[in-house]
Structures are given as structure tokens and as C-alpha cells.
Design a protein around this ligand. Structure first.
Ligand code: PHE
Length: 462
């Protein structure tokens, strides 16, 4: 017996859940780092253009395919376009599976740093302590990594287990306002620091002389990751949208909120980093450097109210990551629920357990464990952790995204997509023809460029 399909309780429920999926480590960890690497200003502007010209139209496309079919990604693509499209859906499910396997490990680090910063708040930051060494020792400690990622996986499974309204939506309603609140507190504190002016001009003053063509593709690739596009998460969340709820308004809100959070996080981090002489050089060395090496110490040495804001910041990272891992697991679990007729409770535990096997590989990628630390399918990527990240960011999300744009722009008819987007719930500013232009021409051309760059020129965007 099939239960009636679950729905978000309201438009706000949908917007919060989908925004929760979008806001994650991509905003707090990847975006500040790539902005730094690509010299800010011009890169940020290009990123905003990618979000508006490619991210927003594809967001609407994914949500509309979900709402129209009321099915998770495999069933949705089969029904909306044709049976062969189930393969594209499966590609998305696989992508969710792989992405979740290593994302959980980084999410686990936030738990470790939360515990550490609490310890420092209570006992004081030890003089002469090296946070660089701390990072290296925690990441290479297999037992610790397994414990942290197991805790995070359990939390993810625990939410998805309770379903759309009682699990996913409830957590989003609770956590997102909290996340916004913490971010505002941090912004207020960061803007009072000496480096704030320099940070703002670094981020918002474009200097096109410094922009390289590869940066444009990097910005584009990141807009997929950060908006959770290209792998069916938004198709799946779209399938829980009630007919009375507007896709256009929701898409715009999700995209704007995700972008605001990414920019705010970047302003905060750069204000802190630019306030300390010599910190710029230190941060440039690695992706993890900013979030897990420089910031933990700076909270206790530089940031006003840092001993309170430090632990809160890692709570923020954990909450943002959790609302993303939930959506990743939901893609996999809802596929099993819808296509293989397994009930939600069983499906969630089954899928969570299967993903965790690969999380183990990711968790011990840096431990020096034989095989798992050296496995190198792609040049220069070690362990399942880096291999998976490379594969997802470079291959899976862009190809999945390209398939979605072609599906919505070329394979679905004008009547089908109009019926979803122009149904009396759309806001006054919305012009269907503009969306169709972007989804048919602009988005496929842009995403196609990434695929070509990766496939034929061996570019690496992760
Ligand atoms: N959008 C999430 C982030 O920015 C990552 C994610 C990608 C989540 C795809 C779900 C699906 O961290």
C-alpha cells in the first residue's frame, strides 16, 4: 500500500529546507577559499553572474521537474521525459551517495573543533600552541575520524528517518534561524576589526586584470555545488512541493539566501584574517587552512568576543553541514523508497549504512592506512576523500547539470514547463520567455564549457 506523498507544510517550509541544503560547507569552506585564490572582486562578480544566469534557471528546472511528477529523481526524469532518462536520475543518486561519503568527514571536523574551542573557552588558549599541528594530528587519527563521521552520519540518518515534515522540515525550521542569528553576531564582531575595510574592498572591488579564464569556469562549477544542483537534490525536494506553492518565488529566495550567506561568511573570515599581519600568506596554502587552522586560533587571539563566538562558529558549520547531508541522504533514500518500494525507516537505515562504508574510506584517507591513503585513481588525488571530491565536482555535477538543462529546455515541451512555472502562483516580475532562453541556450552553453574543459583539457576545479 502506498502512502500519499508527503508535502512541505508551507512555502516557508520548502524554502528553508532547500536553503538548508544549499547552505553548507560550500558556502563556509569552499567559497571563501576560492575567492581568496582568485583574488576576490572580479571573481565574486563573475560568480554572481553565474548564479543568476545559470544557477537560478537550473534551480527552477529541477524544482519544476520534481513538482510536476511528484517523484524522486529517477522516477521524475523517467516520467517527465522518457524511460531512458532513468539513467540520468541514477547518475544523480550515485553522485549523492559519493558526495555524502566524504562530505560527512569534513562535517565531522566541525564537531572536533567545537569540542576544542569549548575547551579553550573554559581553560584558555595554550600559549605557543600550533593549530596547524592540531589539524594534522586530528585528520590523521583514524579512530577519531571514524568516531566523528559516525556521529555525523547517525545524526543525518536520524533526521531523514522521520521524513519530510517531521524530520527534514522541522530541523530546517529550527536550525536555519539559529544559523542566521550566529552569522549576524559574527558579522557585527568582524566588522569592528581593523581588517574589515580591506576585506570589503578585496571582495567587492573588481579588478578584471586579475581574472583568468579558468576562474570563470571555477565560479560556474561552484555555483552548482553551492546550490545543490546537478544531482537531483532539488528535483527530490521539488517532489514534495504542493501544487499551490510557487516554484519561481521559492527558487529566487533559495538562491538569494545562499548567496547572501556565502558573501557574509567571506566578509567575516577575511575581516579576521586581514586584521593580522602575515596571516594572508599563511592562509593561502590550503583549502582547510582558513576554516580549521587559522580561524580557531584567531578567535582566541584577535576576534572581539572570540571565546564565545569561536564555539558558536563551529556549531554554525555543523548545522549548515547537517542540513546539506540530510538532502544528500534524502536523494538516495527517496530513490529506494519510490522505486524499490521499501518503507522509509528501512530505506534510510539501509542507505545510511551503505554510504557509511565509503565514509570509512574517506575518514581514513589521511591516516596513512595502507591502500586507502595511497589509492590514486586520478593524478595527484590521494585516498577516497580527494578522489571522490574531484570526481563529483568535475565530472558528476556538471554532466548531471547539463542533462537537466537539456531535459527542461529541449526535451520537455513548452506547454509542460509553462504549466509548472506560469500557473498563477508566479510573481509579477517573472517572464517565462526569459527563463526559457536561459535554460535552452545560456545554461547548456555555460555548463557545456565546463564539461569540455574537464574532458578535453584536463582542467581540475576541485
Ligand atoms: N550545497 C551544499 C554546500 O554548499 C552541498 C551539496 C551539494 C548538498 C549537492 C546537496 C547536494 O555545501
Amino acid at each position: 500500500m502506498h502512502e500519499p506523498r508527503a508535502h512541505w507544510s508551507s512555502n516557508i517550509g520548502l524554502v528553508l529546507a532547500a536553503t538548508g541544503s544549499a547552505i553548507g560547507l560550500g558556502n563556509l569552506w569552499k567559497f571563501p577559499f576560492i575567492t581568496f585564490e582568485n583574488d576576490g572582486g572580479a571573481f565574486v562578480l563573475v560568480y554572481l553572474m553565474c548564479i543568476a544566469a545559470v544557477g537560478l534557471p537550473i534551480m527552477m528546472a529541477e524544482l519544476l521537474i520534481g513538482r510536476k511528477t511528484q517523484k524522486s529523481v529517477v522516477g521524475a526524469l523517467k516520467e517527465a521525459i522518457g524511460p531512458g532518462w532513468g539513467i540520468v536520475g541514477l547518475w544523480g543518486v550515485l553522485c549523492g551517495f559519493i558526495l555524502l561519503s566524504y562530505y560527512t568527514v569534513i562535517a565531522g571536523w566541525s564537531l572536533f573543533y567545537f569540542a576544542r574551542t569549548v575547551q579553550w573557552t573554559l581553560g584558555g588558549f595554550p600559549a605557543g600552541f600550533s593549530t596547524g599541528d592540531l589539524f594534522d594530528s586530528q585528520v590523521s587519527n583514524a579512530g577519531l575520524q571514524l568516531t566523528l563521521s559516525l556521529a555525523f552520519s547517525a545524526a543525518t540518518v536520524g533526521v531523514v528517518y522521520f521524513g519530510v515534515q517531521k524530520g527534514i522540515e522541522r530541523v530546517a525550521r529550527l536550525f536555519l534561524p539559529l544559523l542566521f542569528g550566529i552569522l549576524v553576531l559574527m558579522l557585527v564582531s568582524a566588522l569592528r576589526m581593523d581588517g574589515a575595510g580591506e576585506a570589503l574592498s578585496f571582495i567587492f572591488r573588481p579588478n578584471f586584470a586579475e581574472l583568468e579564464p579558468a576562474s570563470v569556469l571555477e565560479a560556474l562549477g561552484h555555483s552548482f555545488f553551492t546550490l545543490s544542483l546537478g544531482m537531483g537534490a532539488m528535483v527530490t525536494y521539488g517532489s514534495y512541493i504542493d501544487r499551490s506553492q510557487s516554484i519561481v518565488k521559492a527558487s529566487a529566495m533559495i538562491v538569494v539566501l545562499d548567496t547572501l550567506i556565502a558573501l557574509t561568511a567571506t566578509v567575516i573570515m577575511f575581516s579576521v584574517i586581514f586584521s593580522v599581519a602575515g596571516m594572508r600568506e599563511q592562509v593561502g596554502a590550503s583549502t582547510v587552512g582558513m576554516l580549521f587552522i587559522s580561524l580557531p586560533e584567531l578567535f582566541f587571539t584577535e576576534v572581539p568576543f572570540g571565546s564565545v563566538l569561536g564555539p558558536l562558529f563551529y556549531v554554525l558549520v555543523a548545522l549548515a553541514a547537517l542540513t546539506s547531508t540530510i538532502s544528500l541522504l534524502e536523494v538516495v533514500a527517496s530513490y529506494v523508497i519510490d522505486e524499490h518500494d521499501i518503507d522509509r525507516h528501512k530505506a534510510t537505515i539501509l542507505c545510511g549504512g551503505a554510504v557509511f562504508v565509503f565514509t570509512i574510506f574517506a575518514a581514513i584517507s589521511f591516516s596513512g592506512a595502507p591502500f586507502f591513503s595511497t589509492l590514486a585513481i586520478f593524478d595527484g588525488k590521494t585516498g577516497w576523500f580527494e578522489t571522490a571530491d574531484h570526481f563529483v565536482s568535475n565530472w558528476m555535477l556538471p554532466t548531471g547539470g547539463l542533462a537537466i538543462t537539456l531535459a527542461a529546455g529541449w526535451f520537455m515541451t513548452r506547454e509542460q514547463t509553462t504549466a509548472e512555472l506560469v500557473d498563477g502562483t508566479e510573481p509579477a516580475w517573472f517572464r517565462y520567455g526569459v527563463w526559457r532562453l536561459f535554460i535552452r541556450y545560456v545554461a547548456p552553453a555555460a555548463v557545456g564549457a565546463i564539461v569540455v574543459a574537464v574532458l578535453f583539457f584536463g582542467r581540475d576545479f576541485s
